[in-house]
Design a protein around this ligand. Structure first.
Ligand SMILES: [Zn+2]
Length: 449
């Protein structure tokens, strides 16, 4: 990267750069966490969370993308007292976690059934038919099964209807004992198997092949599962209005990409889960008392590795016990990169320098990380300084190949700029980018051009 910049003739101080995984940088990430902990912005909670079982960790809503994937919409027969109700679902493997069936209160087909019980096929539990406006009259038969957890609507419904959750999928991404005969299978395998069983037992009315908007992990590209996990959260719901105000003060180039931030702010429903079960990352600086579990945080300023360093406190502040166990989880990587404006302005290190340089002038970045890098930086810097981190944001589009496909290393269609600069010279390259690229929009690249 630095070599490309040098070859393009950029004038920078190339010896003065930062790495978010350096000791100094990680010490800042940890110091900001300790500060937010002290002012009560961090809390621990067990909640249904987006879980990427391939990488084995919780992920934030901002790390989810939606893909249209082909799937089967299975219309199943649920027995009522003297008949049956048809319920369509793309996740029949979650039947064991079904705790209610909902129908729209205005759906006259079901008025008489509200408050009565139906029997869930295969797993055989009895659940109540309840009226709820989120059931869409025109989707499937209009009756919907509520399972822990098929999607985010299920999470909201379990809370609202006060249902007791069943953990049907474990942290290994496989069905749990709760799934009976399907325990140990991956959701897709269990789906195939349970469809066969439903069919042989006469519980299927019909199966439709549909394309379904499915939440997948941006990192592993596999459908996420929603399972209850205990994680640390950074409060963000209460800051949405403030972020909207700051976001509107920042000058976006081009102006249209400000809307990506505003749309994201409109969609924030939960606080930010910041702990991850990954080995590589900045450690969460906490030690717990072995006797009473009281958390102990060190003084900010140093880089701490609690999984192998001794707790700086000699005894527990609550019970006096002298043994501790270090936290093993790490931070979401955006916890690091969201304080870069504070690192470069020597926040908490050189008061004089910080005063002169913060807020900084401009954030240059790509449009796909507005809801992560840009938003989280805005949130964290405001939390810690009360001010916005920069006054301008330069948002770039993607480089596309000749066919208009987004360039990526994994697709093998990325162009390395270095040989091109060497062949044609930096001036030619700069002239091409100035004339070809409409700032903020996607642009096609090829050696020919
Ligand atoms: Zn203790």
């Amino acid at each position: 990267m630095i070599l490309i910049m040098k070859n393009l003739g950029l004038s920078c101080d190339f010896d003065n750069y930062y790495r978010t995984d350096s000791k100094e940088y990680r010490a800042l990430t940890q110091a900001t966490f300790i500060e937010l902990w002290k002012n009560d912005s961090i809390y621990l909670a067990t909640r249904p969370n987006n879980y990427d079982w391939v990488t084995g960790t919780t992920i934030a809503d901002a790390e989810i993308i939606y893909e249209e994937l082909p799937t089967k919409l299975v219309h199943m027969k649920f027995k009522t007292k003297d008949g049956e109700v048809i319920i369509a679902s793309t996740r029949p493997e979650l039947l064991c976690a079904c705790k209610a069936v909902i129908v729209n209160p205005e759906d006259v087909r079901y008025t008489d059934l509200i408050g009565t019980k139906v029997t869930v096929p295969i797993s055989n539990q009895e659940v109540e038919i309840q009226a709820h406006h989120s059931a869409q009259i025109e989707f499937g038969s209009g009756a919907v099964m509520v399972c822990s957890y098929g999607d985010h609507n299920d999470v909201a419904l379990f809370r609202e209807l006060d249902l007791e959750e069943v953990v049907a999928i474990g942290q290994d991404g496989r069905l749990t004992e709760a799934a009976g005969a399907y325990a140990g299978l991956k959701p897709k395998q269990a789906r195939t198997k349970i469809i066969e069983d439903l069919e042989s037992k006469g519980f299927i009315e019909k199966i439709e092949e549909i394309s379904h908007r499915t939440p997948v992990s941006e990192r592993s590209r596999t459908p996420i599962e929603i399972i209850p996990m205990e994680e640390y959260y950074l409060k963000q719901k209460g800051s949405v209005e403030k972020m909207r105000e700051l976001g509107s003060q920042i000058k976006f180039y081009p102006k249209m990409h400000q809307q990506i931030l505003m749309n994201w702010l409109d969609s924030i429903k939960i606080d930010w889960p910041i702990s991850r079960r990954r080995f590589y990352g900045t450690e969460i600086p906490i030690w717990y008392c072995k006797k009473c579990s009281e958390p102990h945080l060190p003084e900010p300023g140093e880089y701490y590795q609690p999984w192998y360093l001794e707790c700086p406190a000699e005894k527990c502040s609550k019970c006096g016990f002298t043994e501790f166990v270090g936290e093993e989880r790490t931070f979401d990587t955006w916890m690091d990169s969201s304080v870069s404006p504070l690192f470069i302005t020597k926040f908490k290190k050189d008061e004089e320098f910080f005063k002169r340089t913060y807020p900084t002038a401009v954030r240059p970045q790509a449009k796909d990380i507005v809801r992560t890098w840009l938003y989280y930086t805005l949130l964290r810097c405001e939390n810690l300084t009360g001010e916005k981190p920069w006054s301008e944001a330069w948002i770039m589009g993607y480089g596309l190949d000749e066919k208009g496909m987004k360039m990526s290393k994994s697709k093998g269609n990325a162009l390395d700029p270095l040989p091109i600069i060497e062949k044609f010279g930096a001036d030619t390259f700069r002239f091409w980018s100035a004339s070809e690229v409409n700032h903020g929009n996607d642009f096609r690249c090829s050696e020919q051009k």
